[in-house]
Design a protein. Structure first.
Length: 495
């Protein structure tokens, strides 16, 4: 309110560049001119600084409306003054029509509709008057006095002692209540907008920080010669002990594994196939298919002596769209509950990584074995030639961190490639571990990355959001993984 009063006076300082001649000061003409100048100056101010509307509204609500009390007489001059101070500010864009409706009804009852229309025309003309045009403003004041039957050369007449009191104050009280309600609603809406903006800013900052942390973790996990990396979330349980690698050695792939990798590679290539795009254009000359309608139209244009614009030849061009590469992240669970499935998981991981490498030179895969610590089996861009074998004898499950490292190392969150995360696990996690991993799976699926869950245990508990494949033999996963890759590439085509 205080800033609104300051803004109102600043509007006068900038735009009230005229003054009533001294002989006319204190007359009804001077009073009418000053009434009209109130909304005119604010209207001119808002044309330069529309953001000050909220402050002017507060000043009008508190200061101007507060001047009308239960003792204010309900005569023609006071009703006209209320119209000049409040209804004119509605037309100046400071108050809203729904807020001033109660007062307009009362003033219409006092003055009559025709007289109120006349006064509205006067203040609208004043709003269009230049800052320095004092003669025009005095002319508007003259018209104001004439419309109300007041002598402009005399002082403002005393209130009619027989006039009722309180009617204007009651109507203006309703206006004040409507303004306060609208301001409260606007403040609440603005607060919601600011809260949403702050939440988006914080979420964006948190997402960026998470991406930086994931990139740093991927760099440590996939560094050449890196030892198993224990994430911060698992270091308290690790109790300072140095994590041992689960890898026990490597072996040559069997013929069945090679055949499964070849079959999966063919399925992935089929999934990556894109239909040719067809473009149909009209042209004036061959090659193409002749349209008789276009040919007749062209002949008619020539016969009429006009420049031929018809294009009778229809040309169809078919182009092969680019085939997107594939990004396959593989996370294998090597905790103690997966001991019986260690051999088939190692086989499945090699089949997946080898098949991804066979599909396209630009395709990449990476494999991480996780328990409390993360161990890189294959780094992004490196094709495994031998099957890596490992022991499943650890504790804890860092699937969330493994997903982050694979997403950062392979770009699983970035559009432009067919993206697939394959998790081989029984899903027997602590609640906090499961919640973190489920959050990462949801984020990947939202970003367009398919998530496949391979389970070899008799009673798997996959996390929500992943597609479950319950397998007894890793070779059986070939067709299912091909379907999952098809879904991933279809999502890529829509991006």
């Amino acid at each position: 309110m205080a800033w609104g009063a300051f803004t109102h006076e600043a509007a006068h300082a900038a735009h009230s560049r005229w003054a009533t001649p001294p002989p006319l000061r204190g007359t009804a003409l001077d009073t009418a001119a000053q009434l009209l100048e109130e909304s005119r100056a604010e209207h001119a101010h808002l044309s330069r600084r529309p953001g000050d509307r909220r402050f002017l509204r507060s000043a009008v609500h508190t200061l101007v409306m507060g001047d009308f009390t239960s003792q204010t007489p309900t005569d023609r001059w006071q009703a006209a003054a209320a119209a000049a101070l409040i209804l004119a500010r509605r037309d100046a864009g400071i108050l809203d029509p729904d807020e001033t409706a109660p007062l307009e009804q009362v003033i219409t009852h006092i003055l009559g509709e025709d007289l109120l229309d006349t006064l509205a025309g006067i203040w609208s003309a004043a709003h269009a008057t230049a800052d320095t045009d004092g003669q025009a403003m005095l002319g508007h004041a003259q018209a104001w006095c004439q419309a109300l039957g007041a002598d402009p050369a005399l002082a403002q007449s005393a209130p009619d002692p027989t006039a009722r009191t309180g009617e204007l104050a009651d109507a203006i009280g309703k206006v004040a209540g409507a303004v306060a309600a609208n301001e409260a609603a606007q403040a609440a809406a603005q607060a919601r907008i600011e809260a949403a903006r702050t939440a988006r800013t914080r979420a964006k900052a948190a997402k960026a920080a998470h991406a930086r942390h994931a990139a740093s973790m991927a760099e440590k996990v996939f560094a050449p010669g890196a030892r198993p990396f224990t994430p911060d979330s698992q270091r308290e349980r690790a109790r300072g002990s140095r994590a041992a690698s689960p890898v026990t050695g490597t072996r040559a792939p069997t013929s069945a594994e090679k055949a499964a990798a070849g079959q999966l590679a063919r399925a992935l290539r089929a999934a990556a196939y894109r239909e040719r795009t067809v473009t149909v254009t009209a042209c004036a000359a061959p090659p193409g298919r002749l349209s008789m309608r276009g040919a007749l139209a062209r002949d008619a244009q020539k016969a009429a002596g006009a420049t031929p614009t018809a294009q009778p030849w229809i040309r169809t061009q078919r182009r092969q769209g680019p085939t997107p590469p594939l990004r396959v992240g593989i996370a294998v669970d090597v905790s103690g509950s997966m001991r019986a499935a260690a051999a088939p998981i190692a086989s499945a991981a090699w089949i997946l990584a080898k098949a991804a490498a066979l599909t396209d030179p630009d395709s990449r895969s990476a494999t991480i074995a996780y328990r409390r610590a993360l161990t890189a089996i294959t780094a992004p861009g490196r094709t495994p030639t031998r099957v890596t074998e490992f022991d499943a004898d650890g504790g804890g499950h860092s699937l969330a961190e493994a997903s982050d490292a694979l997403a950062a190392g392979l770009g699983l969150m970035t559009p432009g490639a067919g993206r697939l995360l394959v998790i081989a696990s029984d899903g027997c996690y602590r609640p906090r571990e499961a919640a973190s991993a489920a959050e990462r799976i949801t984020a990947l699926r939202t970003a367009g990355c398919a998530v496949l869950w391979l389970a070899f245990a008799p009673d798997p508990s996959p996390l929500s959001g992943a597609t479950l494949l319950h397998l007894a033999d890793p070779a059986q996963a070939t067709a299912a993984i091909g379907h999952a890759a098809t879904a991933a590439l279809a999502a890529t085509n829509r991006l």
